[in-house]
Design a binder for this molecule. Structure first.
Ligand code: SAM
Length: 300
């Protein structure tokens, strides 16, 4: 019988990382040992193991527990955020499941752009905001937490499951959100079920063309993230956005502003549609990598 040596979780993690590096980097581009350590720590904490010494614990591979299942899922290529069930966005931790998109860094810029507009124009009045395609709720909830001004938010999604999760995130973060803000969650196809006028309409909608853009999408995204959150059919793309922009135009107040995240290759085309609809100002804003990423639409 060969003698079994017990090793610490830290030793196991380091040899796992070195041995599996090629496939890990294929599934998780840019993954570092540091990131894995912090996710294991988070995962352990969320599963009731709250200790700084976790990495000195012995790692026992044949015993089924949250740590062994973390490594199994890692080998399968499950996104880290779906393994832990949480993702960082801006300054908070949000619950995520495969029913919603994993928050992306670019969307933090959308929040900042919206924050600037709110700060400038709503110091003495409530800002009525709609977040279309709220998903995990990150845009709506971050703006409420950042407290730029008093907000009355309507968070919309076509997905019932996404709305359940957005409400859960609101519940989890409720003590970080001032009671002066109001939020309503609503199921709707874009702005179809919404009445009234709004000062700001924000959206990070599905914006990848199912066929044309598919090659540029990472295989892990295709395998694990919800298609409803990502893709539109190529032949319906322009019409889907045209209908959406018309609803935005109709539901924005006279001085209203809309900020929409979009695909770098399609924003030029979409901006032409917006001009035809009659927006007074249509601007394309780049992300930090210099790619076209957002549309800023001013109604009057
Ligand atoms: C790209 S994800 C954005 C999620 C979240 N706002 C974020 O930034 O991470 C798009 C979201 O739009 C929702 N969605 C897709 N089609 C929709 C529609 N026709 N009307 C409303 N929401 C829609 C999806 O369910 C998904 O939650």
């Amino acid at each position: 019988m060969t003698k079994r040596t017990i090793e610490s979780l830290d030793n196991y993690l380091q040899s796992f990382f070195n041995q599996e590096k090629k496939s890990l980097l294929y599934n998780y581009p840019g993954l570092t040992l540091h990131r894995l350590r912090s996710d294991i720590k988070l995962h352990a904490f969320l599963n009731g193991v709250d200790t700084e010494e976790i990495f000195e614990f012995p790692y026992i591979p044949y015993r089924s527990n949250p740590i062994t299942s973390f490594f199994e899922k890692l080998k399968e290529g499950v996104p880290l955020e779906y393994i832990t069930g949480y993702a960082y966005f801006y300054r908070s931790l949000y619950k995520v499941t495969p029913d919603v998109l994993i928050p992306r860094n670019e969307t933090e810029i959308l929040v900042e752009l919206a924050g600037l507009e709110i700060q400038k124009n709503f110091q003495d009045k409530t800002c009525r905001i709609v977040d279309v395609g709220t998903g995990s709720g990150i845009i709506a909830l971050t703006l409420m937490m950042e407290d730029f001004a008093t907000l009355d938010v309507t968070a919309i999604d076509i997905s019932e499951k996404a709305l359940v999760l957005a409400k859960e995130n609101f519940f989890n973060l409720r003590y970080a959100i001032s009671a002066k803000h109001n939020i309503t969650f609503l199921k709707s196809d874009r702005l179809e079920n919404i009445t009234g006028n709004f000062d700001m309409i924000l959206s990070n909608p599905p914006y990848i063309k199912r066929l044309v853009d598919q090659d540029s999408v990472h295989h892990q995204v295709l395998s694990y993230e919800p298609s409803l959150a990502l893709f539109l059919d190529d032949d319906k793309y322009d019409l889907w956005f045209e209908d959406f922009f018309k609803e935005i135009f109709e539901k924005l107040s006279a001085s209203g502003i809309s900020l929409i995240e979009g695909h770098e290759n399609h924003l030029e085309g979409l901006s032409e549609i917006c001009k035809k609809i009659g927006f007074a100002k249509v601007q394309i804003i780049k992300d930090y990598t210099g790619r076209n990423r957002f549309l800023r639409l001013v109604k009057d």
